[in-house]
Ligand binder design. Sequence first.
Ligand SMILES: [Zn+2]
Ligand SMILES: [Zn+2]
Length: 262
Amino acid sequence: MPFQFLGTSGAVPSAARDNTALVFYSAEDTVLVDCSGSPYQKILKAGLDPMRVTSLIVTHRHVDHLYGIPSLAHNMGLAGRRAPLHIYALPETLPILNGFLDLFPLEEKMPYRIVLHEVPPKEGYPVLQAQGFRIQSTPVKHGAPNIGLRVEFASPQERGVVVYSGDTSPCPSLIALARGADILIHEATFLHSDAARAASDGHTTGYQAGEVATQARVKRLFLCHFEARLHDHVEDLRREARQTYSGPVEIPGEFQEYRASA
Ligand SMILES: [Zn+2]
Ligand SMILES: [Zn+2]
């Protein structure tokens, strides 16, 4: 316990890495962050029970972060789920989620309800309280309205703070959210030689992710959301981040269990 990557790639996946998505959990509660690929299967591959997923937080409306939702909702229904599934998203993302429900009539004949919750774009907004951890959000800087998340674990089994940047350019609100965290998971879509493209697309380079980690004084940095071209060269991203951050830099594997404490 308490978190895994269900994917680590940018918008285009490769045979080795799928679109970035995460799962945070305690013994009692499981919360998904973004939803891509075959999410039901991914939850099983993570060794978790899809029926224990209480909530899904959708960071933003870009396709690579939410296209798995119809499949997840359908699979949960066919598998006999009864408990409601709570989905949290920014106001700009909710029409897409409602569109999914209209397009596939997912709730017709479903034995459970999908409950949508609006997340206002406020700094330090308390999104949800799960058993053993709580999650806050803060707006970040991307091509679409987006949020970063701060997950605070406080249970006898797990203590620690993990912050996830979402898709973003380096931004002060995220640095504030990540202040002193045990782990900062920051996107590093590009190498710094593509810094201009990173800036125009609302992304971050490995070099910049290291700067953010240093400014936020986090204990450990995890990189993710790698563009497909870099999947065979992830060590280059790590090397860049080490130029600007002296702590440990992790290139996470998918379906590997990580602890919140540094
Ligand atoms: Zn993305
Ligand atoms: Zn995006």
